[in-house]
Ligand binder design. Sequence first.
Ligand code: SF4
Ligand code: SF4
Length: 165
Amino acid sequence: MESLTNRKKVVEQKPMTFLERIYLPAIFQGLGITMKHFFRKKATIQYPDVKREFSTNFRGIHSLKRDEEGRERCTACGLCALSCPAEAITMIAAERKPGEEALYREEKYAATYEINMLRCIFCGFCEEACPKEAIYLDGDIPPANFDRDNFIYGKDKLVEPIHKK
Ligand code: SF4
Ligand code: SF4
């Protein structure tokens, strides 16, 4: 039958030559390729003894920042969640109560703030969308874990420690 694409190739089975029949040239050719790879730079690294250097624009785990007085910068405006293509961010906003001025910079703050690291694609849109410079992807790689719930990062994991400014 006529081929529709004309890409069909007719395969001919030629008889093997003497050299092909004794296999030795093919064996030496294979050994040559193996030897060549011995002297090449290794494509793998001995992790965790050796750690690969990250590029300068590497994005790791998010951190929620504090201001110079140690107050949480996030005002729970929700822009990061709106800009997240993976819908990985959820939050619950709350009003700051009298006496909490040293904890939260503005009247509204995130009582709950969660990022699902299994959904996150580390695009950095949340960082770009934030008008308060409250979120940065400046952490490490999320550590491996067997439990999916441990990849939901709440404020306990996200808010930077009080001493870090
Ligand atoms: S880095 Fe991208 S995917 Fe991850 S939480 Fe931010 S906006 Fe969403
Ligand atoms: S991290 Fe920034 S963008 Fe996200 S809710 Fe807080 S202030 Fe708004």
